[in-house]
Each structure stands twice: as structure tokens, then as C-alpha cells.
Design a protein around this ligand. Structure first.
Ligand code: ADP
Ligand code: MG
Length: 227
């Protein structure tokens, strides 16, 4: 039947994803193993070797932390989450990274309704991914603008950057696992982001212009108010 086919397809996607992740992690592991063998056979670890090893470990760390949120059970831990607080926590978290590139944040968050029903750790991951991407695509100096809007029972949160932007081709591939244009990218961040927002009955919209900038807008249902 149709539903079984969808089920089988889903399993396939998860299987492919797991295989992809395993592959991504195996590369740095193989490199690290090689270094251990080298040292065992008498080579003395020098600064360069240690730097490479550290970078490989960092890569494993990034890949696993991007994937970790997916492993958390859905449908549990749904609580009232104040999106204004959540996003401002994320900004605090990434402020140093932005400051290093002389990027500043402008936040327009004077909306009335900010409570959604959600898993706060996952929603936090969404904004970490989006704001990190915004920082990464910008050269030194510039502004990341974060705006909040209420519209017909929803909250819309936009993250706008002044980065490199994306072509139509790139836009089509967003959310595809392992799609990255970065030297050290994992191509997992947006896939995780889309999945989480989906599980929260929300939507992600993207507008982008090459060499001008990009706006990601997350739309989430507000908690219905009883007056
Ligand atoms: P990663 O950041 O590891 O590359 P993501 O899934 O977060 O993986 O993003 C995938 C790709 O989407 C990026 O490599 C980049 O090409 C594109 N992208 C994401 N966010 C932006 C943005 N704000 N501006 C321009 N391109 C972006
Ligand atoms: Mg990313």
C-alpha cells in the first residue's frame, strides 16, 4: 500500500543518512588511527601532527553534535517555549563568534505573542544552525538582523544576513544531507533544522540573492490563548 511504501522510503532515507554519517566519521578516524600507528613506530608527535589530530577530532565532534538532536525522541518533552527568550539565549551563545568577525546583531523582537509548544533543546539547535550559517557566510563586518512577527496564530522569526547569498540551484538543494559549499562543512545543519521545524508543525522559508544576502524565516504555531 501507499503508506507502506512511504514507510519503506523513510527507512531508506534514515539508512542512507546513517551510512553517510558513518562514512563522514570514518575519514577522520582513519587519519587519527594512522597517526597513532606512526607514533607507536617511533615518530615523535610534533606541533603539526597534533594540530591535524585536533582538527580531525573537532570534525568528529561537529558531525556528532549536529546529528545528536535527531536522535532525541520526538513527541516527548513538548513544553511551553518562549521564542524571544530562546533566540536571545542563542545570540548570547554566538556573540563571541560574531564579534570576532565584527558582525553585530540587530534584534527586533517587540511582538505580543512569543509562546509555542515545543522541545526547547531542538528549537535552540534550529537557531544555532541558522545564525551560525549567517555568521559563516559573511565577510568581516556587517549586520545580522533578527525579526519577530505575529500573523494569524503564528510566530515568524527571520534571520537575515548580508552574506554571499545563493543561486536557484543552491536553493533547490537546501536541506539535502551532506550538501555543503564549505571547506569544512557537514551539510547536516539545515537537514536537521527542517526536520525539527517539521516536527513542530512549522515551516521554513528562504529568500536569497547572490552577493546580497539571505533571509531564513521560521514559522511556528503559537500556543492558543484562552481569554
Ligand atoms: P554546512 O553549514 O555544514 O555547510 P548546512 O546544512 O548548514 O551545512 O548548510 C548547507 C549549505 O547551504 C551551505 O554549505 C551553504 O552553501 C548553504 N547556506 C546555508 N545557509 C546559508 C546562508 N545563510 N547564506 C548562504 N548560503 C547558505
Ligand atoms: Mg551549517
Amino acid at each position: 500500500s501507499d503508506s507502506m511504501m512511504i514507510q519503506a522510503e523513510k527507512m531508506n532515507v534514515v539508512g542512507q543518512l546513517a551510512a553517510g554519517i558513518a562514512h563522514e566519521i570514518r575519514n577522520p578516524l582513519t587519519a587519527l588511527k594512522g597517526f597513532v600507528q606512526l607514533f607507536r613506530s617511533g615518530t615523535i608527535p610534533n606541533e603539526m601532527f597534533l594540530n591535524i589530530m585536533e582538527a580531525e577530532l573537532e570534525r568528529i565532534d561537529v558531525i556528532s553534535s549536529e546529528f545528536l538532536t535527531l536522535a532525541q525522541p520526538a513527541n516527548t518533552d513538548f513544553n511551553t517555549v518562549d521564542m524571544r527568550d530562546l533566540v536571545s539565549n542563542v545570540i548570547d551563545l554566538l556573540d563571541t563568534e560574531a564579534f570576532k568577525k565584527s558582525i553585530s546583531f540587530v534584534v527586533e523582537n517587540n511582538v505580543k505573542e512569543t509562546d509555542v509548544n515545543g522541545i526547547s533543546s531542538q528549537l535552540k539547535q534550529v537557531f544555532i544552525n541558522l545564525i551560525k550559517n549567517a555568521i559563516e557566510v559573511m565577510q568581516n563586518e556587517g549586520t545580522i538582523t533578527i525579526t519577530f512577527k505575529n500573523h494569524e496564530g503564528f510566530i515568524l522569526i527571520s534571520v537575515h544576513d548580508e552574506g554571499v547569498g545563493m543561486s536557484e540551484e543552491q536553493l533547490k538543494r537546501l536541506g539535502e544531507p551532506f550538501f555543503t559549499t564549505k571547506q569544512n562543512g557537514t551539510g547536516l545543519g539545515l537537514m536537521v533544522t527542517y526536520r525539527i521545524i517539521n516536527q513542530h508543525n512549522g515551516e521554513v522559508n528562504v529568500e536569497s540573492k547572490v552577493n546580497a544576502g539571505t533571509t531564513f524565516t521560521v514559522k511556528l504555531p503559537l500556543i492558543a490563548k484562552v481569554d
